[in-house]
Design a protein around this ligand. Structure first.
Ligand code: G3P
Length: 215
């Protein structure tokens, strides 16, 4: 087994993330522009979200840089890193994003290369010393791939390097378990999926029996 597992909340809905942070159930929070939009937020809200989650005990907070040129992407990435020590900047795994991610990693900054779909991208990220890569299990499956096998192969490419796989697009508690069994230590999922992972009808029934016996 690899490193001890970590769960992250993949959401920008503060009311859903806060209980997970307060319960010390997640290590941090991951977002991207789509997640911000779904939560009714924009890039303008990033500093306030960072401050909120820092105060609530997040140990890592991920925001994504955007921009269609290396210069624009790098400028935005540096603004995100300047939020504070908990900030991890997400950069897309594109021909534009890769050199930006690699340069920032070389300077010692925490970078997550996101939307990693192909195994050679994992090798290139590990060679560049990029802290995390994020493959999307659900979206790989949507595209007809064996997502779990591909992510396992990416993990193999990262072994012995400073790069960890942080899997995303996780849509059920079983996905969490399958990824962990495939050797993926770091997992980000929507708060609803994480909440579902905590409960089981039989556990609730057992707890109800204990309460009844306790009078
Ligand atoms: O972090 C990736 C996530 O936003 C994608 O999830 O389920 O929309 O593919 P999904």
């Amino acid at each position: 087994m690899p490193a001890s597992p970590r769960l992250y909340a993949d959401s920008a809905v503060v009311d859903e993330v806060s209980p997970l942070l307060a319960g010390r159930l997640v290590h941090g929070v991951t977002t991207n522009p789509t997640i911000l939009a779904r939560g009714g937020r924009t890039a303008q809200d990033i500093p306030a979200l960072y401050a909120t989650w820092e105060e609530q005990g997040a140990r890592e907070i991920f925001f994504q840089a955007t921009g269609t040129t290396e210069e624009a992407l790098e400028t935005r990435a540096r603004e995100i890193l300047a939020l504070g020590d908990l900030a991890v900047v997400k950069v897309p795994a594109t021909a534009t994003g890769f050199p930006v991610a690699s340069r920032l990693a070389h300077e010692g900054h925490p970078v997550l290369l996101t939307a990693v779909y192909a195994v050679p991208q994992a090798l290139a990220a590990a060679a560049a010393g990029i802290r995390y890569i994020a493959p999307y299990l659900g979206r790989l499956r949507d595209a007809g791939h064996d997502g779990l096998a591909l992510i396992r192969a990416m993990q193999e490419q990262c072994e012995g390097s400073a790069t960890d796989v942080l899997a995303a697009s996780i849509r059920s508690p079983q996905d969490l378990v399958d990824l962990r069994a495939a050797g993926i230590p770091f997992l980000t999922a929507n708060p609803a999926v994480l909440r579902d992972a905590l409960v089981c009808e039989a556990s609730d029934a057992a707890a109800a029996d204990f309460e009844a016996a306790a009078g």
